[in-house]
Design a protein around this ligand. Sequence first.
Ligand SMILES: [Ca+2]
Ligand SMILES: [Ca+2]
Length: 158
Amino acid sequence: MDSFTYQVVDSSGTPSNFATVSLMVNAGNQAPVCTNAAPAVELLWEAGGSLQPVTLVNISDPEGGSVSITFTGVMQDEPVSGTSVGDQAPDASGVGTGSLSVRAEVGVESNGRVYSISFQAVDALGASCTGTVQVGVVPLYSEDTPFNDGTIYDSSQP
Ligand SMILES: [Ca+2]
Ligand SMILES: [Ca+2]
């Protein structure tokens, strides 16, 4: 918000009262902020390989507008297939959409699986930010935080 005060003088030299005008300077639309993004649920328990929905929190728009999220990719630190009897694939569903699920599955020798989930957030005027969050899967009978061995496998591949 900015303002200025002015006075006009008519042709006979009589000044008017002072008047103040306020105006909103439009600084342009600012992009959403992805830096604090986090998964609503950071740890999953191994659950028979079921697909579990991923939602994100703490993505905001400076103008308070709505933000739409697209999940752009998921990588994981265990191979997508063959890590156990009954290993299912792919391990992520919904890449390229706003509705993502990852598989609550770990390998037989797993020290916990880590999914690295990339997304883009876009506001109503098309400004965007991108980010990556991690979701872990804890093996049954373990209380350890999943160890990230390097998320090099594309979860959306069979
Ligand atoms: Ca799998
Ligand atoms: Ca791991």
